[in-house]
Design a protein around this ligand. Structure first.
Ligand code: SAM
Length: 226
């Protein structure tokens, strides 16, 4: 659906202009969608409007550096498009699936994608468990504020190609979550895992990075492969 032109852009502060470069105009329009229809439709709390740039768009932008060129990416539990839409703006070389089960949110995403005329972005209305059964495989799965890591691992691994990575944005409890997810990670035979601590723009972001192994252990094959 082509979006009404009544959604005003939100002017970006200088640090956002530097970070988004030529994508700044589209980032401003996306921020306008979040601050306007996003709040009206209950996708974003009204108190978040003042924090759209720092707490939301710039916070999501830090994932950009961990996506290899030309990656196929899935934003699991995209909500209003975070972090997937931010990454799609910054990385036109990547393809992006915004995976979101709720109709209201998926509709919002479709409207924003159409209005911003971003290519390479698809909205998939599904739960990760169901989308996985459609036999899709991505180079990276990104997720922010979706589920505890042990559950997220179970949802994300089937969406990844062998060697693909889950990049989960977490709070300061990221190290504890990684420890608590050990049984889930072992079930998948995950060896490569770490927490990336990124200090950018005056705030710290914790990213749990987990790679799907090239070969699952024969004795502990996940149900998906049985
Ligand atoms: C708290 S919101 C976070 C949205 C966005 N990632 C953000 O950071 O603003 C969690 C989102 O995960 C979605 N979600 C919950 N369970 C899911 C599942 N099984 N598969 C895919 N998405 C799911 C919800 O519909 C919701 O939009």
């Amino acid at each position: 659906m082509k979006q009404p032109t009544s959604v005003p852009s939100l002017p970006a502060p200088p640090e956002v202009r530097v970070r988004f470069g030529t994508a700044t105009a589209k980032a401003e329009r996306y921020a306008g969608w979040l601050a306007g229809p996003g709040v009206e439709r209950g996708l974003l709390g009204p108190r978040e409007v003042d924090r759209i740039w720092g707490r939301h768009l710039l916070n999501c932008a830090v994932l950009d550096q961990y996506l290899p060129r030309g990656s196929s990416v899935c934003d699991l539990g995209s909500g209003a498009g975070l972090p997937g839409l931010v990454l799609a703006l910054l990385r036109p070389d990547c393809s992006m699936v915004l995976l979101e089960p709720l109709l209201r949110r998926a509709t919002f995403l479709e409207e924003v994608v159409a209005d911003l005329e971003i290519s390479g972005v698809t909205v998939a209305r599904a739960r990760a468990e169901d989308y996985a059964s459609q036999d899709r495989r991505h180079d990276a799965v990104v997720a922010r504020a979706v589920a505890p890591l042990d559950r997220l691992v179970g949802w994300a691994m089937p969406l990844l190609r062998p060697g693909g990575v889950l990049l989960a944005q977490k709070g300061a409890a990221a190290f504890d979550e990684l420890e608590a997810a050990r049984p889930a990670l072992d079930r998948w035979g995950v060896g490569e895992r770490d927490v990336l601590v990124v200090a950018e723009g005056g705030s710290v972001t914790y990213i749990v990075r987990v790679a799907r192994p090239l070969h699952p252990p024969r004795t502990q094959r996940p149900a998906e492969d049985e």
